[in-house]
Design a protein around this ligand. Structure first.
Ligand code: NAD
Length: 471
């Protein structure tokens, strides 16, 4: 963990640094007209971004070459990149706060996760004997602009592929810093190229070019379905799509739960990172007989949250990522207010894309309809005899990313876990977070294709299936 002195130094040095983001390609960059990247908490400029022009995508596709160095050398270079990430704590911390709106604890854990991905895949790649798929498009979201971006790239590179990395529109500066360090560590320019730009243009181009042999995607379920169709139309049959997508995540708190602990875990699961985690709790089911007392405790605990600019170290909940996200979440909360279902809402700071943590009453998870990607908790109550129906409703959403259970009845844990089709189940703790290597992360159904990121099976998907000899 970084020391307080390092955090202070980073804040002093980078409070006003003007960063830059641009394509990193093997050839001359043409680029689109530059645009400003803005801080979601303040609206202030963070840097200047040049997105990839269509010609840049073509240059990158033509130059892409699988990384043919022996696996030991690839692993050494990825470990060297991990060292460089750690040395660059200052600018990463500043960008995670200023470009992505992350609080200090979120920024620190994200850098840790990115470093862990680099080292873990470097170590595991030594056991892989199959040939690389070839050229991989890696398409990442803004909500983990360093960890997921780096994890996808590290997996594809560790197995010897060439990577075309398309970071989210909202976080090109972090991506440029990270990709620059991978190149500096020794990844060849033909094996890693960065193409910042729009999903509908740059993203769509790289996922529908037959020179691409596989796609690694993390983002919304809707985008994954678009990519799957594009791949089916243009890529070779059998080209892998590794997709980690959205969730409609539930938690059940029964009447035997320890209330203080459950309240703390509900708050972290629904409001940390302003609810902008794929794993975040969206729908809480509280057993009817404890509901009045439990919700009173929950509303009390919410009052303790500090909302504001993540640049302030006391901030618990920062902004949502941009104006579009803010407008969509706000409309959802306003509908609930009009319908008399808004149970609690904190007050919102001025300026910036802030959404006040809110609690909305629902009958059950089916009322949500879609993933609301912000600090909004939906609350339902249930009677003990209706537990099987609650489980059936959660399964019926078709999503299966995370689920939380607070109970002290042992066989209930067993029963509920067996009945749910969910990738990650958390018992008597918060339901956010994964640990590279020991607690891999991934969903089922509409939440992802598997295998789990940060787990032992992940790398095999980046390789070409062995040819079966004909008799
Ligand atoms: P998004 O789907 O809008 O965008 C993700 C990426 O896809 C971006 O880089 C975007 O530019 C690109 N893209 C958009 N349209 C494209 C197209 N037609 N072709 C190719 N690429 C295209 O998602 P987002 O808003 O950036 O991220 C939030 C979503 O990601 C949430 O749904 C969240 O649950 C999910 N998520 C899932 C996980 C997981 O591990 N399961 C982790 C983080 C985020």
């Amino acid at each position: 963990a970084p020391t307080l002195a390092r955090i202070d130094a980073a804040r002093d040095e980078h409070s006003a640094t003007d960063f830059s983001g641009q394509p990193l390609i093997c050839g001359k960059v043409k680029g689109l007209a530059p645009r400003a990247a803005l801080n979601p908490a303040t609206g202030a400029r963070v840097g200047r971004v040049t997105d990839a022009a269509p010609e840049d995508v073509e240059t990158a596709l033509a130059a892409a070459r699988p990384w043919s160095a022996p696996v030991e050398e690839r692993a050494r270079i990825l470990n060297r990149a991990a060292d460089l990430y750690e040395e660059n704590f200052g600018p990463f911390f500043a960008l995670l706060a200023r470009e992505a709106g992350k609080t200090l604890p979120d920024a620190v854990s994200e850098l840790r996760e990115a470093v862990d991905f680099l080292r873990y895949y470097a170590a595991r790649a030594k056991a892989i004997t199959a040939a690389p798929a070839g050229v991989f498009a890696c398409i990442s979201p803004w909500n983990f602009p360093l960890a997921i971006f780096s994890g996808q790239i590290a997996a594809a590179l560790a197995t010897g592929n060439a990577v075309l990395a398309k970071p989210a529109e909202q976080t090109p500066l972090i991506a440029t810093l990270a990709a620059g360090l991978l190149l500096k560590a020794g990844v060849p320019a033909s094996a890693l190229q960065l193409l910042p730009g729009d999903g509908a243009t740059v993203g769509a181009r790289v996922t529908s070019d037959p020179r691409v042999n596989g796609v690694c995607f993390t983002g919304s379920t809707e985008t994954a379905l678009i990519i799957r169709r594009a791949m089916a139309a243009h890529l070779a049959p059998g080209a892998p799509l590794i997709a980690e997508t959205g969730g409609l995540n539930a938690m059940i708190v029964d009447s035997t739960a320890l209330p203080e602990q459950a309240v703390r875990d509900v708050i972290a699961s629904s409001f940390q990172s302003a609810g902008q985690r794929c794993s975040a709790l969206r729908c809480l089911y509280v057993q009817e007989d404890i509901a009045p007392h439990f919700t009173e405790m929950l509303f009390g605990a919410m009052e303790e949250l500090t909302l504001g600019d993540p640049w302030s170290l006391s901030t618990d909940v920062g902004p949502v990522i941009d104006a579009e996200a803010e407008a969509g979440i706000r409309a959802h909360v306003e509908t609930a207010r009009r319908e008399g279902r808004l149970l609690r809402q904190l007050s919102v700071p001025r300026g910036g894309h802030f959404i006040a943590p809110s609690v909305i009453r629902v009958r059950g998870i089916a009322d949500l309809g879609r993933e609301i990607f912000g600090p909004v908790l939906h609350l339902a109550t249930y009677r003990a005899e209706d537990l099987p129906k609650v489980i059936a409703d959660i399964n019926a959403t078709g999503y299966g990313l995370t689920f939380g259970l607070h109970t002290r009845i042992d066989n209930r844990v067993q029963e509920v876990c067996e009945a749910l089709h969910v990738g990650n189940i958390y018992v008597n703790r918060n339901q956010i977070g994964a640990v590279v290597g020991s607690q891999p992360f991934g969903g089922e159904g509409l939440s992802g294709t598997g295998p789990k990121a940060g787990g032992p099976e992940y790398l095999a998907r980046f390789t070409r299936p062995e040819a079966v000899p004909q008799a």
